[in-house]
Design a protein around this ligand. Structure first.
Ligand SMILES: *[C@@H]1O[C@H](CO)[C@@H](O)[C@H](O)[C@H]1NC(C)=O
Ligand SMILES: *[C@@H]1O[C@H](CO)[C@@H](O)[C@H](O)[C@H]1NC(C)=O
Ligand SMILES: *[C@@H]1O[C@H](CO)[C@@H](O)[C@H](O)[C@H]1NC(C)=O
Ligand SMILES: *[C@@H]1O[C@H](CO)[C@@H](O)[C@H](O)[C@H]1NC(C)=O
Ligand SMILES: *[C@@H]1O[C@H](CO)[C@@H](O)[C@H](O)[C@H]1NC(C)=O
Ligand SMILES: *[C@@H]1O[C@H](CO)[C@@H](O)[C@H](O)[C@H]1NC(C)=O
Ligand SMILES: *[C@@H]1O[C@H](CO)[C@@H](O)[C@H](O)[C@H]1NC(C)=O
Ligand SMILES: *[C@@H]1O[C@H](CO)[C@@H](O)[C@H](O)[C@H]1NC(C)=O
Length: 251
């Protein structure tokens, strides 16, 4: 009789252990392998850009567009004498960047001028008044780059990035790449932007991007698995106790 009690205790202990091992294996699959050590980098990309605060005010003095974001510009320049494509990655320094622009009922233009007019970057946000959704619809860039005679320019007016709802802000903590043309893309870092429907000087409720939600999913799964494990251990303990109790009674 007593052996069944011991036996159930063994089951109660081994089951969580097996589960823990399985869980650990699952986690090991999720975590990325360590980054390979690069001995000789062909060119060094700049570090993460600083996060800037850009604000547009409407004619009556209220803030009509607010953006917190770190921006990194990625230019690909074909260099004829060297017969190859050069990559130029520039961080937008918020300390030397001015925000200009205008807010209209269905569109907002944010123009960032940085580095003593060497780079002009324009973002156009469009509001769909039927669906009350907004998005980044157009990006224009003009930049004077070293190793280039003519200024670099690129434009795309059929973009669909940073989608949000009127009265709310768009947020993405993760790094995101906004591809504008074959030769130009923007890496964004920790974006929070609201181009329409600001209440006072504040952001509305934030709508998180998919990348952030995917990132949050892993802790949620781990949390749920751990909760399940605790429940199993508890059940095993209760069953074990009941059995050993019953064992004592029959003796
Ligand atoms: C300021 O102008 C915007 C539109 O340009 C309007 O939505 C807002 O209500 C105005 N605010 C005040 C205080 O008049
Ligand atoms: C810049 O763009 C090129 C080509 O699209 C890409 O290979 C490279 O990884 C990008 N660099 C950064 C820092 O995003
Ligand atoms: C953009 O890239 C293409 C090839 O990918 C090249 O032919 C073109 O000259 C580039 N434009 C600029 C402005 O560098
Ligand atoms: C430039 O590159 C192309 C292909 O990438 C090659 O066919 C051509 O011979 C190269 N020209 C020179 C001068 O290196
Ligand atoms: C911008 O200014 C702040 C404080 O004035 C400084 O800490 C920061 O390093 C500057 N950023 C850059 C990229 O120069
Ligand atoms: C606005 O949204 C509605 C509903 O989603 C859609 O049918 C319409 O085509 C959109 N308008 C524009 C200009 O994109
Ligand atoms: C950026 O805009 C300013 C003001 O309009 C202008 O003076 C400057 O030449 C522009 N820079 C480039 C690279 O086009
Ligand atoms: C503009 O962006 C759209 C959507 O990302 C892309 O399909 C299109 O090729 C781009 N146009 C140009 C000229 O790069």
């Amino acid at each position: 009789m007593q052996t069944t009690g011991v036996h159930s205790w063994c089951v109660g202990l081994t089951l969580p252990l097996i589960l823990a091992a399985v869980l650990h294996q699952g986690l090991a699959d999720v975590t990325p392998p360590p980054a390979p050590v690069t001995t000789a980098a062909p060119h060094t990309d700049p570090a993460r850009p600083d996060r800037g605060t850009y604000r547009l005010t409407s004619s009556n003095g209220t803030t009509c567009l607010l953006a917190y974001m770190g921006l990194q510009l990625n230019f690909s320049i074909s260099s004829l004498p060297q017969n190859k494509t050069l990559q130029q990655v520039l961080n937008v320094n918020p300390n030397t960047t001015k925000a200009l622009g205008s807010c209209e009922a269905e569109s907002a233009h944010l123009r960032l001028t940085t580095d003593g007019d060497k780079t002009n970057l324009t973002f156009v946000f469009t509001l769909n008044t039927t669906s009350d959704k907004y998005h980044l619809s157009e990006v224009t860039v003009k930049a004077v780059l070293p190793e280039m005679k003519d200024p670099f320019s690129a434009q795309n007016s059929s973009l669909n990035y940073l989608r949000g709802t009127l009265g709310r802000s768009y947020m993405c903590r993760e790094e995101q790449t906004l591809s504008v043309s074959a030769n130009f893309s923007i890496n964004t870092f920790q974006v929070q932007v609201q181009p329409f429907g600001l209440k006072g000087e504040q952001f509305g409720a934030a709508e998180e991007c998919q990348l952030d939600e995917d990132d949050m999913l892993i802790p949620i799964i781990v949390g749920a698995a751990l909760a399940g494990l605790v429940l199993i251990v508890l059940l095993a303990y209760l069953i074990g106790r009941k059995r050993s109790h019953a064992g004592y009674q029959t003796i």
